[in-house]
Design a protein around this ligand. Sequence first.
Ligand SMILES: [Cu+2]
Length: 213
Amino acid sequence: MKAGGDIFNDLFDEFTLWAILVGIFTFSWLFHHSLKYRSKDGSDNNIDNLTPGVFPVENDDLKLEVTWTVVPFILIVYLTFISWGPLDEIWTEDEDAHIVTITASQWSWSFDCSEVNNTDICDSSQTMDVEGRSNVILSLKAGESYTFILYSEDVTHSPFFVDWGIKEDALPGQETRMYYTPSTDEIGTNLLYCAEYCGDDHGYMTAIIEVHA
Ligand SMILES: [Cu+2]
C-alpha cells in the first residue's frame, strides 16, 4: 500500500480552500455591516435604544443563532472526518514490507538494511558530502514497501522525510515505526532532517534519501 504524498497535499488544498471561503464570507459580512450600519454625522447614535446593562431581548434572532452554530459545526465535523483518512495511510503496515532500521544519535543517522539483504532494495553503504559534511545515503527502490523501525541511542530525535511529508519521533529506550512506499514520482534524491531539537548540531543532522526505479 501507498502512504503519504498526494493524500496530504489534497487534504492541505481542501483545508486551504475552506479557509479562503470562510474568510471571504466573514470579512465581506464584517465590512458590509461596518459600513452600512455606521452612524452618520449628526445622526442619533443610539438607533436601537440600547440601555446600558439591559440585554436587548427584542433583537434576539433564534434562526440566526442556530444557523451560526449549526453551519460551522457541520463544516468542522466534515473537516475532522476527512482528516482521519490519512491516519490509515500512515499507520497501516504492509505484511510484505522490507524492514529498515534507523538509529539516531547525536548527531547522525545510521540505516541498517541487513534484514532486507538486497542492495537493490535497500543500501546504506554510500555517503555524500554536503557542505563539507559526510551524509549517509539511504538508497531505496520505488514501488517497494518499507517499515522503518526507529531507535535512539541518546535523546529524542525525529527523522523527517521532507519530500514524503512523514516523520516520527525516535525515542531512547522505545521502538517506534513508520511505513512508506515511495512511488515512481518520487524517484530522485531528497533530504532527511532531524525534526526534534537534539543539541548543538541538530541542524546538521541530515541524510540523503535516494529513490531509484
Ligand atoms: Cu536529532
